[in-house]
Write a protein that binds this ligand. Structure first.
Ligand SMILES: [Zn+2]
Length: 286
């Protein structure tokens, strides 16, 4: 797909009312190869793509935005998720599935039921091809109502996070054995709802720019935190654990030397995602 075609795809007006500021809609969604196309670039286009991903938290030409109607639904859905998190607690919210979220919203007046336009918005965003706005990763959770099997996860002490039993937990335990309390689990298992909350929050902070949000955070369904992966950090390093400064830490250097750092999103990957040296790719649970 060359850049011109890629931009055509990126400017498609979709059911979500995605718009770009500078270009008209030129093609239909059906021109997107299924299920997900990795971009194939000419040299100039590749340079352009890599520049965008390196400057991930900026607006770029060709970025895809929510239109005004959907911007309103983003805000009201996000506020509802914030209220819901307050009711169920931070830890439980990591595991909350879509059906539970609907029940909770209906039950607790302090959360309030989702409106039909909000539900349509969430459903459309979930099933929309993320490649339309520049995210090319796989989609491990394919259904909006996919659940985290509670018997397959375990709460990790002192972290407030969960990990899948089997390979993810074994990997973290091995890491912990080497580095002790210096290494912390900064994010483990995340349900579809948790990923919705994080992604909508990022899209809100990005002024409705979906492309910009998806350069930092996988859209709902596309996160491997849903099935196996997790993030690690250096104790006491705070938000720097989620910046490139993480590569200066002892935790990063040690894990790299020992071969534990199989990254899901290496530098200059072609998935449309920024370099995430803290994100450990596990891949499978067993
Ligand atoms: Zn991660």
């Amino acid at each position: 797909m060359n850049r011109r075609n890629f931009l055509k795809v990126a400017t498609v007006g979709s059911a979500l009312g995605l718009v770009t500021v500078s270009r008209p809609a030129l093609a239909s969604v059906s021109t997107l190869p299924m299920p997900v196309a990795r971009p194939k670039f000419k040299d100039d286009d590749l340079a352009d793509y890599l520049r965008k991903v390196r400057q991930f938290d900026e607006d770029h030409e060709g970025d895809v935005y929510f239109d005004e109607y959907n911007w309103g639904l983003l805000k009201s859905s996000l506020e509802r998720f914030v209220r819901m998190q307050r009711v169920v607690g931070h830890g439980n919210f990591y595991l909350l599935d879509f059906d539970e979220a609907l029940r909770l919203a209906n039950t607790y007046p302090s959360v309030g039921a989702f409106t039909t336009p909000e539900l349509n918005f969430l459903e459309t965003l979930f099933y929309e091809q993320a490649a339309i706005y520049g995210f090319y990763g796989e989609k491990p959770l394919k259904n909006l109502t996919d659940r985290i099997p509670l018997r397959e996860v375990v709460k990790v002490p002192d972290s407030g996070n969960y990990l899948y039993r089997g390979k993810p937990m074994e990997t973290f335990e091995a890491i912990r054995k080497i580095l002790g309390p210096e290494v912390i689990l900064t994010s483990g298992v995340r349900s579809v709802i948790k990923q919705f909350y994080l992604f909508l929050n990022k899209a809100y902070e990005s002024g409705g720019n979906l492309s910009r949000a998806s350069r930092s955070l996988a859209p709902p369904g596309y996160s491997f935190h849903g099935i196996s992966d997790f993030d690690v950090g250096q104790a006491g390093y705070g938000h720097y654990n989620f910046t490139e400064r993480f590569i200066a830490t002892k935790v990063y250097r040690t894990l790299r030397e020992l071969g534990y750092l199989t990254l899901r999103y290496p530098r200059d990957n072609l998935l449309g995602v920024r370099f995430e040296p803290w994100h450990i790719k596990v891949g499978t649970r067993v």
